[in-house]
Write a protein that binds this ligand. Structure first.
Ligand code: AMP
Length: 112
């Protein structure tokens, strides 16, 4: 756990969030400022700063995030289409420096 990280604090239960589901590896919460009717964040429980910081040892984590997206779509969101976005770095919009994937659904998203 990184004591300065808001997602680590959510994972630890120290600050509240709307938890959708979780398993040993990842937690899914509602984004506090949704950009689509469904906007979740898929967050690994291990503190990793960003995609660039992933190592070969983290293979399972990346796979767990994708598997969780499949679970959300298939079991929780009736199989509706979805978009996954991961920002890497401040200049492209990353604002929380704990790896996460945006799960967006419920509207047509034409912009990148
Ligand atoms: P990014 O800009 O890719 O780093 O995404 C960070 C996301 O975290 C943004 O969409 C924020 O709205 C969201 N966010 C920040 N703080 C919280 C929080 N306490 N609970 C839920 N979502 C949050």
């Amino acid at each position: 756990m990184n004591n300065d990280c808001i997602f680590c604090k959510i994972i630890a239960g120290d600050i509240p969030a709307e938890i959708i589901t979780q398993n040993n590896d990842v937690i899914v919460i509602k984004d506090i400022a949704p950009k689509a009717p469904t906007h979740y964040l898929i967050i690994p429980k291990k503190h990793i700063k960003d995609i660039a910081s992933l190592t070969a040892d983290d293979d399972k984590i990346a796979a767990s995030m994708i598997a969780m997206a499949q679970h959300i779509a298939g079991d929780l969101n009736d199989g509706q289409d979805f978009r996954l976005i991961m920002n890497n770095g401040k200049s492209v919009g990353q604002s929380v420096f704990h790896l996460h994937c945006h799960y967006l659904a419920g509207k047509k998203m034409t912009d990148l």
